[in-house]
Design a protein around this ligand. Structure first.
Ligand SMILES: Nc1ncnc2c1ncn2[C@@H]1O[C@H](COP(=O)(O)OP(=O)(O)OP(=O)(O)O)[C@@H](O)[C@H]1O
Ligand SMILES: [Mg+2]
Length: 169
């Protein structure tokens, strides 16, 4: 069984240090010899920018493109398009295209598990996967949180409720 730890950095409030924590925790763990994957789950793409990929609109593979492939049941290679940073961390980047995902996810089957399906194929290659969430409790944040939360947990029940409410409106 994979020993990979998946940590989602989430807070409804903007500018509370989520991205800064993802970068510093990630590079700190890499300096300790851990294999680290950072996932930019924010359409603002701040994590992608802060790691040096400023021209993010021209990235051909992003979290959005990979999740879309899963939703459409299209073939994809595990690890395709993952960027490697000099500081020893890997990155799945994001750009504004990710905001369109929120809409697509509302109609997708098992929508809260799409990100889990994608990341589960990568867990064997990493000790830590850190997900930098956007500052809202939308579908993408729920997808980052739900699969890694115990089903009996109050947080899980709350997120499930929010997820169902989002579908209704
Ligand atoms: N521990 C800290 N001490 C002082 N300033 C900090 C600290 N952590 C982050 N900052 C600063 O706070 C600002 C917001 O940080 P950051 O972008 O990491 O927040 P965020 O929660 O990811 O924002 P968003 O919700 O927009 O994604 C940045 O200017 C950052 O440099
Ligand atoms: Mg951020």
């Amino acid at each position: 069984m994979s020993k990979c730890k998946v940590i989602a950095l989430a807070n409804q409030k903007g500018g509370t240090g989520k991205t800064t924590t993802a970068v510093n925790l990630g590079i700190g763990l890499a300096n300790e010899g851990k294999r680290v994957l950072l996932v930019d789950a924010d359409p603002q793409g701040d994590l992608t920018t802060s790691l040096g990929w400023a021209d993010q609109d021209n990235l051909s593979v992003t979290l959005a493109t990979q999740m879309e492939k899963i939703i459409r049941d299209e073939p994809m290679e595990v690890g395709e398009g993952i960027l490697h940073h000099d500081e020893g961390v890997d990155l799945i980047p994001a750009n504004i295209e990710l905001s369109g995902m929120e809409i697509m996810l509302v109609n997708a089957m098992s929508r809260e598990f799409t990100m889990k399906s994608y990341l589960s194929g990568l867990k064997k290659d990493y000790d830590y996967i850190l997900i930098d969430c956007m500052p809202s409790l939308g579908m993408l944040t729920i997808k980052a949180l739900i699969p890694h939360t115990q089903r009996k947990n109050t947080l899980y029940k709350f997120l499930n409720w929010v997820s169902k409410s989002l579908l209704k409106h």
